[in-house]
Ligand binder design. Structure first.
Ligand code: L34
Length: 295
């Protein structure tokens, strides 16, 4: 069997189309323009690429958007001051500090400084906690994108065996917490695997839905996948450069082999990545509405 492709680019486009209409209505009826600032510290090529994608999409959707580039040697105090400036800026509804940050900066302190109402990444402990108790205001963009891809591909989550590979604060932990909730598009039995897991393949082979965010190329091979499983590859690894200087990307899943076993699979690129960007836009539009007391 060759798996059906879950095309993130297309699902993202459909959501963006819905959002574009909503943004227009917000402007026409309420004079609200969602505002997003993306703060980039340093020039990590992957981060530059992702932030550029976010800015481009924000502009296409009619947002007010600011790209704030800061040098890699910015001090922690300066970065905290910058965040506070945007906390106070009424035109800005969403603040995103692109991760990872340079080593001399305490990431948690920076995330803690963002006003939780403008925390469109949902990385502030308040929003992490609200997600945990099933009362989220925002869902973190990548996990939210993964859940939407599954829902919009008609995958039944309720009662499914979900195995997540990876326990990062950005992907593994929040997606596990989301899919375990007694809510629509969730209610799964979730196993979280990580570098401390004794026999990874023993777990992954039981998965109806396998979500891989390991950060390692081809961490999941065909022998680790059950026939007919749905496989979501969150990894984006830069494994080389073309002659034209474009990065060559691959996921955390051995795509060519695994697609012969899975019933559905996401590609890299064109899978989860575009969904991450799109869910950021949705969160920002929702933050703008909430700031004006709209639902
Ligand atoms: N604060 N930091 C913060 N929020 C986030 O949500 C992120 N993330 C992750 C890294 N750091 C972050 C992203 O934005 C990963 N991530 C991200 C965003 C977009 C894409 C991949 C990861 C993406 O668009 N991927 C394209 C390929 C882009 C390319 O060519 O580089 C894809 O098709 O997979």
């Amino acid at each position: 069997m060759t798996a059906k492709l879950i095309r993130g680019t297309e699902i993202a486009k459909a959501i963006q189309q819905e959002l574009k209409e909503e943004v227009k209505a917000l402007k026409d009826k309420h004079n609200i323009i969602p505002g997003l600032v993306t703060i980039l510290v340093g020039e990590n090529p992957a981060s530059v690429s992702y932030v550029t994608g976010k800015q481009k999409t924000a502009k296409e959707l009619g947002f007010f958007s600011i790209q704030d580039n800061q040098p890699a040697d910015i001090s922690q105090a300066q970065l905290l001051t910058l965040v506070d400036k945007y906390n106070k800026d009424p035109q800005i509804h969403g603040i995103l500090v692109q991760l990872p940050l340079p080593k001399h900066i305490d990431e948690n302190q920076v995330l803690l400084a963002i006003n939780p109402d403008k925390d469109v990444d949902a990385f502030h402990p308040i929003n992490v906690g609200k997600l945990m108790i099933g009362e989220a205001s925002f869902y973190p963009c990548t996990p939210y994108g993964v859940q939407q891809m599954l829902i919009r591909s008609g995958v039944e989550m309720s009662g499914a065996e979900v195995v997540v590979v990876g326990r990062s604060n950005i992907v593994g932990k929040p997606i596990s917490m989301m899919l375990v909730q007694k809510q629509k598009g969730a209610n799964a039995t979730v196993t979280m695997c990580h570098t401390g897991t004794k026999d990874l393949a023993e777990h992954t082979r039981r998965a109806d839905i396998l979500i891989v965010a390991a950060g390692r190329p081809k961490a999941v091979t065909a022998d680790m996948v059950k026939d007919g499983a749905v496989v979501i590859d969150v990894g984006v690894n830069r494994i080389g450069m073309t002659a034209e200087g474009k990065a060559i990307l691959c996921g955390d899943v051995d795509f060519e082999a695994v697609k012969e076993k899975a019933s559905m699979i996401t590609p890299v690129p064109g899978g989860v990545g575009p969904m991450t960007i799109t869910m950021l836009m949705l969160n920002t539009a929702n933050a703008a509405k909430a700031a004006s007391g709209l639902k």
